[in-house]
Each structure stands twice: as structure tokens, then as C-alpha cells.
Ligand binder design. Structure first.
Ligand code: ASP
Length: 316
């Protein structure tokens, strides 16, 4: 296939309000799913859904539900975020996260953090104190670390971080298509939407490199009039395509959530990027789309929990 012609796989459905959809990255997952790795990942997704669902079930906001789901995946060490983040080429860890409330427009993000255990909670604090027009919206590096300390966030301790050997399928070092960026989109009982995304970036990335995950309008975006979106994959292509904004724009022009997500992923594929995304609208309609071999994802509403890694079989 040539650029732009990669087939995308999709799950489409309609959830009862409130509801939450999560992902644990798009990629090949061949090594990750070796042994009981696939079961571990699906359990990790289910735990994240349970964490987000607990907030929604108690009448909490979509924003807090999305943050709790992502924080759970940051803590699990199964994914490329928080404890499980992959190293840069220098062997360091630089973590990114972003959150957005689709109703208030509150948005906050951090990138290249080294100190906090849960970058998504720091991003939430940025959203609470900052935002447009005066900011901050995005804090980087030492500034983000200093903000996290001052805000009383929890520190990542060295012993919290397991070695790669402890991960499902014993991930090998070196560049790989084993990705595990995490994200969540949620709708609360009042139809308010929110999104959150967190990552360790690309394995072996250049120190200082930042991808799409913390960039509002790229790897994280929410607008309660259209959709909440979280992306994962080749971050540069998601940034250049304006992935999250693209979903929003397509829906503003009358596309449903599935078509809008597919078109946005098509724009990423035109740039040679692979990956996937999740999108949820305020009526509970949602879509998962990916042009990689697999994508770890799941969703939950009052009717139950679904988790998947491989493409869905027709009719499932
Ligand atoms: N999109 C992330 C980044 O480019 C990585 C990923 O999703 O695998 O940093």
C-alpha cells in the first residue's frame, strides 16, 4: 500500500450515559501480547474503566472520570505512561499528558516532565489554574516539574518504575511498534464531554522531543458540541494533521463521530503516520479507529464493560 491507503479498522457503537472509553495505545502488540500479556492488558483496561466509571457512577464530572482512568493506567506499569513509560535514547524518561473539559473549555498539559508520578494529574492542575487567554495551557520540562511539586502532586520514585523485563511479553529494548500511550474520553450524565491522554513518548526518542499527546487539538481535544478525542501513534503526523481538531471540524460539518474519526485518521495516514484514536459524542455514540495492526481499547456504561486488542470480527 502507498501512503494514505492504509485500511483503518473501526469499532462503532452507542453507549448509555454516563459512559467512558479508554485506549492503551495502537501498534503491533505482538511481543506485548506474548504469553498472558494480552490478558494482562485487557485487565489493565478494565481496571482503568472501573476507575473512571466509579467517578461517573458517583455523579462526578467527565473530566475527573477521564483523569482517574488515565491515572490508573499511569500507575499500572502495563502501558507507556507513568510508571511504565519507555526511555529516551539517553535512557531518561520524559513524560507528557494533556486534559480538556469540552464544556468549560478548560485545558491543561505538561510535557517532558521527569518528576511527577502522574503527569495527567499535573495537567489537570494546569487546567484548573491556567487556560486561555492568559495561561498557562502547556508547561514543559523543569517548569512543569516545579509546578507539580508546588501543587503537591505525587513524585515518581525510582523504585516505582519497573524494568522493561517486568512488562507483558518482556518488551525488548530499541525502537519498536509496541506502543502503549493511554487515553480516555468520557461523557457524564449531563452530556458533558472530556478527554485525557498520557504518554512516555516514542521508545528511544531524542531527548526533548514531544509528540501529539499533550498538544490540545492534536492528541487530546474535547468539545461538548462535537466530541472528546484521544489519539495514539506516530505523534508528529498527529500534530501536523491536527488530529483532534480535525475530528471536531468534521463533526461541525455534519459528519457522525465514526466518519469524522476515520477522516482524521486518514489525514494522519496521508502523512505516513500510523496509529489510532477514540472519540465519543455527547449522545453516547463513539468510535475507535486504527490503521495499526492492533489497538488496546475498551468502553463501559451501565450495561457493562468491553475490552479488545485485536481488530473486531465482523458482527461483534
Ligand atoms: N503519540 C505518542 C507520541 O508520539 C506515542 C504513541 O502514542 O505511541 O509521543
Amino acid at each position: 500500500m502507498v501512503r494514505g491507503e492504509r485500511a483503518a479498522t473501526a469499532d462503532l457503537g452507542r453507549l448509555l450515559l454516563p459512559a467512558i472509553v479508554v485506549h492503551g495505545g495502537a501498534g503491533s502488540f505482538e511481543r506485548t501480547c506474548a504469553g498472558d500479556g494480552a490478558d494482562q492488558l485487557e485487565r489493565g483496561l478494565a481496571a482503568a474503566l472501573a476507575a473512571g466509571w466509579a467517578v461517573l457512577h458517583a455523579g462526578g464530572t467527565a473530566l475527573h472520570a477521564a483523569v482517574e482512568a488515565v491515572a490508573d493506567m499511569e500507575d499500572s506499569a502495563l502501558f507507556n505512561a507513568g510508571r511504565g513509560a519507555v526511555p529516551t535514547s539517553a535512557g531518561t524518561f520524559e513524560l507528557d499528558a494533556g486534559v480538556m473539559d469540552g464544556t468549560t473549555g478548560a485545558v491543561g498539559a505538561v510535557c517532558a516532565t521527569t518528576w511527577p508520578a502522574n503527569p495527567v494529574r499535573v495537567a489537570l492542575r494546569v487546567a484548573e489554574v491556567g487556560g486561555a487567554p492568559d495561561g498557562p495551557v502547556l508547561l514543559a520540562g523543569a517548569g512543569a516539574d516545579g509546578f507539580a511539586k508546588a501543587a503537591g502532586c505525587k513524585q515518581m520514585s525510582r523504585s516505582d518504575r519497573p524494568s522493561d523485563e517486568g512488562k507483558p511479553g518482556q518488551r525488548a529494548a530499541g525502537p519498536s511498534s509496541e506502543t502503549g500511550t493511554v487515553g480516555a474520553v468520557a461523557v457524564d450524565a449531563r452530556g458533558r464531554l472530556a478527554a485525557a491522554t498520557s504518554t512516555g513518548g516514542r521508545r528511544g526518542q531524542m531527548p526533548g522531543r514531544v509528540g501529539d499527546s499533550p498538544i490540545p487539538g492534536a492528541g487530546v481535544w474535547a468539545n461538548s458540541a462535537t466530541a472528546a478525542v484521544s489519539g495514539t501513534g506516530a505523534g508528529e503526523a498527529f500534530v501536523v494533521a491536527g488530529f483532534g481538531h480535525r475530528v471536531d471540524w468534521e463533526m461541525s460539518n455534519g459528519q457522525d463521530v465514526g466518519r469524522a474519526l476515520g477522516k482524521a485518521l486518514g489525514a494522519v495516514a496521508m502523512l505516513g503516520g500510523d496509529g489510532g484514536g477514540i472519540a465519543l459524542a455527547s449522545d453516547g455514540s463513539f468510535a475507535v479507529s486504527f490503521n495499526s495492526r492492533a489497538m488496546a481499547r475498551g468502553w463501559r456504561d451501565s450495561s457493562g464493560t468491553v475490552t479488545r486488542i485485536l481488530p473486531s470480527l465482523p458482527g461483534t
